[in-house]
Design a binder for this molecule. Structure first.
Ligand code: ADP
Ligand code: MG
Length: 559
């Protein structure tokens, strides 16, 4: 038997593993199952090209066996196995792909984060194991080997007589500690739910022996335990299925299974991209606003898979803020399982995927708006504000992308319109896009300032949300038509004759206006004769950029 030391780098990683916090420990199972699946992939592809390997499809599987008496958990696969050299190379040092994130010196705190989110392969087993034994026989070998380690002082390798090709990893679980329950990894129910959570879409069956009570044949009153080998994972992820084979119900079902929301999705899109970057994605627009959507607690993000294996539950980098309501999953074979959060942010593939997804969502919303207006308005009721924030935020960087997705309530047909619709039906003599701000449609309706504009036959957009005016200030104009508040001082809608008449009147009543200004003092800037009033005696109007309502909002904002 040979005894060897782990490499320094591995040692440090092992320390971090052991100290990582409880809730993250469960990912060791995901890692070992992924390795098993990788190993089967390798033999599977070999068998495709090498006629001397006769392997039946049913022979490829992974089996999980808990043993309560020994406190062991075994993960067995029928994959390609490892030679002695491979054992040493692969389990004695951190695998190259996994080591990337640990090349930099990370402090314990950061390290824990990485483990929780991404896992780091085989070593993660030492989070839960007192000792780990690996029995393996390579496809290329007659003899097998046993690798053993307690994760602290090195490992041993010795010859071992293993009958079939493949690998068996036996984990001797740690004893329960005050706040850490390792027994859970011996419970069928818990193992099953972990397999479902992390490894449901592994392409090979993950089997477990399930004990079920069944009535006795001769006496239906009595029950006996029957052990049945069951496949736990569903294997083919819905996103890899052909769109033509899927119904709305299938997508709704998946939405529910994933707990994306308690509602039914309003709409979904199923994307398969095979270009600069390859990925599949299912994206949902929820019907209802999540209760915490407009609060700090809300976390945006999509579930991210690397080739069927979950690597992150909420990958925020995949969604821009203005589409933060979108829920769903992305699976890419171009991502590594061991990718860390820092790397993820700069990852070229992730950026490409995010760009692509953004475009897909935008087009989807656009076509919804065009082809199913009712649905779009339901969506807009819930999430329209977010789009308007999107126009306004980042100094308007995204305004052009979003300007055709926003709707405003309009005076004309008393319903929501797009800016395009507004502009397209503007009379020839109308130069601006008019809007009025107020607490409610009703109130705006009664504003004296709207009278002249309406009289002219011009349409007015009703802004009842604070963000409305901020958004259009950012837009500045649409199709070269400027936005103008009906309460701004210089509407300039009167004809020449009225203007002349007004000047005359102003001259005649000069003293009256001076008196009024004197009485009102600093509360107003000036008293003017207005030509726009019809049925109201007086109105307030604002000078310059902001309407009176916007000034109110601004003055309420904390400095
Ligand atoms: P990674 O999977 O990113 O390469 P791991 O630490 O998970 O890193 O695994 C290290 C290496 O050990 C794998 O690349 C593989 O070569 C080998 N290995 C691990 N588990 C198995 C297994 N069940 N069968 C065959 N080889 C394995
Ligand atoms: Mg691995």
């Amino acid at each position: 038997m040979e005894k060897k030391q782990f490499q320094a780098e591995s040692k440090r990683l092992l320390e971090m593993m052991v100290h990582s916090i409880y809730s993250q420990k469960e990912i060791f199972l995901r890692e070992l199952i992924s390795n098993a699946s990788d190993a089967i992939d390798k033999i599977y592809y070999k068998a495709l090209t090498d006629e001397s390997i006769t392997f039946h499809k049913d022979d490829y599987y992974i089996k999980i066996v808990p043993n309560q008496d020994d406190r062991t958990l075994t993960i067995k696969d029928t994959g390609i196995g490892m030679t002695k050299d491979e054992l040493e190379e692969n389990l004695g040092t951190i695998a190259k792909s996994g080591s990337l994130a640990f090349k930099k010196e990370v402090d314990m705190q950061e390290g824990q984060e990485i483990i929780g989110q991404f896992g780091v392969g085989f070593y993660s087993s030492f989070m839960v194991a007192e000792e780990v034994t690996v029995y393996t026989r390579s496809l290329h070998n007659e003899e097998g080997y046993k690798w053993h380690s307690n994760g602290q002082d090195g490992y041993t390798i010795e010859a071992y007589d293993k009958e079939d090709i493949g690998t068996e990893i036996v984990i001797k679980l740690k004893e329960n500690e005050e706040e850490e329950n390792y027994d859970q990894f011996l419970e069928t129910y818990q193992l099953r739910s972990l397999i479902k959570k992390y490894s449901d879409f592994i392409r090979y069956p993950i089997k477990m022996d399930i004990t079920e009570k069944q009535p006795k044949e001769d006496n239906e009153e009595e029950f006996i335990d029957v052990i049945e080998e069951q496949t736990i994972n569903s294997m083919v992820p819905i996103w890899r299925k052909n769109k033509q084979e899927l119904q709305d119900e299938d997508y709704n079902q998946f939405y529910q299974e994933k707990h994306f929301g308690f509602d039914k999705p309003l709409s979904h899109l199923h994307v398969s991209v095979d270009g600069m970057v390859r990925f599949q994605s299912i994206l949902y627009i929820p019907e209802q606003l999540p209760f915490n959507y407009y609060s700090q607690d809300f976390e945006k993000g999509l579930e991210l898979y690397s080739n069927g294996v979950l690597i992150m539950e909420k990958c925020a980098d995949l969604l821009p803020d203005y589409f933060s309501f979108v829920r769903g999953i992305v699976d890419s074979e171009d991502l590594s399982l061991n990718i860390s959060r820092e790397i993820l942010q700069q990852d070229r593939q992730v950026k490409l995927i995010a760009k692509n997804i953004e475009k897909k969502i935008k087009n989807h919303l656009q076509s919804l708006l065009k082809n199913d207006r009712d649905k779009y308005e339901t969506f807009f009721d819930a999430f329209g504000r977010q789009l308007k924030y999107g126009v306004y935020s980042e100094f308007g960087a995204n305004k052009d992308k979003l300007k055709d997705l926003i709707l405003f309530y309009s005076s004309k047909e008393k319903k929501l319109v797009t800016l395009k619709e507004y502009v397209e039906r503007m009379p020839e003599d109308q130069e601006h896009i008019y809007y009025a701000t107020g607490d409610s449609h009703d109130r705006i309706e009664k504003l004296p300032q709207t009278e002249l504009v309406k009289d002219k036959g011009f349409e007015i957009l009703y802004f009842t949300d604070e963000i409305d005016e901020f958004a259009i200030k950012m837009l500045m104009n649409y199709d070269e038509k400027e936005f103008k508040s009906v309460s701004s001082g210089d509407l300039n809608l009167e004809d020449e004759e009225t203007k002349k008449e007004a000047e005359k009147q102003l001259e005649e009543h000069k003293d009256l206006f001076a008196e009024m200004k004197e009485l009102l003092g600093d509360k107003i800037k000036e008293v003017r004769l207005s030509t726009r009033l019809k049925s109201h005696p007086v109105c307030l109007s604002a000078e310059g950029d902001v309407s009176i309502e916007m000034e109110k909002v601004l003055s309420q904002m904390p400095d």
